[in-house]
Design a binder for this molecule. Sequence first.
Ligand code: NI
Length: 168
Amino acid sequence: MALRTILTHPHPVLREKAVKISEFDSTLHQLAKDMAETMYEAQGVGLAGNQIGVARQIAVIDISAQEDEKKYIVLINPVISEGEGCESGKEGCLSVVEYDAKVERFKKIRVTAQDAKGKPLDFIAEDRFARIIQHEVDHLHGTLFIDRISRLKQDMYKRKMKKILEKK
Ligand code: NI
């Protein structure tokens, strides 16, 4: 296993549309394992391919019930096929440093995807789990949560970002 480097905004790969995956081989399995390891090391709850510079449609999502657990699912080519309800909740992102904001998301979603072996998945997700999936699917479309906040908040973030970059 190997830790991958998490790329941060404004890296251009975060804006790329991830390519669909069609080969479910050992390279993919290794990638998924590396992504999970990288996510846990960074204390994240989800990680999409783009974030480590691999613009392919893969995301890992933590599903641990307890803090000391490391249970996750791998979603390949995930699609949110249905969504209902709307809920505002705080989000952060391993690729967006030192910032979090409230984002509106579907409360309940239906997800179709494949697992790491290519087996089709079709399931319902709600609340926090649904939020994480929507956040990760956004990544695969080149969208960040900061694109989904108000213009005013975006401007605040840009100013903060500028200060952070100036310090470097
Ligand atoms: Ni993120």
